[in-house]
Ligand binder design. Sequence first.
Ligand code: SF4
Length: 217
Amino acid sequence: MRAAIYTYLMSLRRESETLADARFFALCVSHRATDVKSPIGSTLGLAPEQLSALLTRYFPELMDARTATQCMKVRLHTAVGGIFLCQCHGGDGEARLRSEENSDLQKLLLDHRAGLSAAEEWSAAIIATACFGDDHLWQDLGLTEREDLSAVIKRHFPLLHLKNSGNMKWKKFLYKQLCDQAAIRLCQAPNCSVCDDYARCFGPENASGWNLLSAHG
Ligand code: SF4
């Protein structure tokens, strides 16, 4: 179903907008479209007006013929011929995780933004919220591989991408920036090169068998 929703979204994309951004947002939205209990904006980390602006900009036809109270997940599932028994009571809900940690992560990203597009703000909110997931960050976002995430960060937060010259795992890297900014020593070693946890921070960020769209399609 996720694959069908992704394909549907991409079929509606505004062609004048960047293909890579449309693909990123379509993957993130389709990934969150099967959460039964939470509104899609909430699970993405976007306020209702942010989600509406994002979808209007990248997938304008999706917003047509939809009432403000209709659940976006129901709309998406219905559009691809599915039945979705949602329990989120409609609407797009308030973004959850309005925590200090989420705000700090968003600020970190936006402090390094390219300053070219509103897509940076939406991407920062979505990436910061996905940091609360349990898997690699690219998996928590619903992307197909780590390079998808690296490309988004390079495009929208280029200075942050440059800082990660050691190719540290992205979630680890973002949190390490917060710790460094706050001068908090969560790391056990004086520097990475002598740290016993080196493999946890810098090891391969792949996942054998991970193929989100086909696995959950
Ligand atoms: S490798 Fe060790 S010192 Fe470096 S960020 Fe990871 S935990 Fe901290």
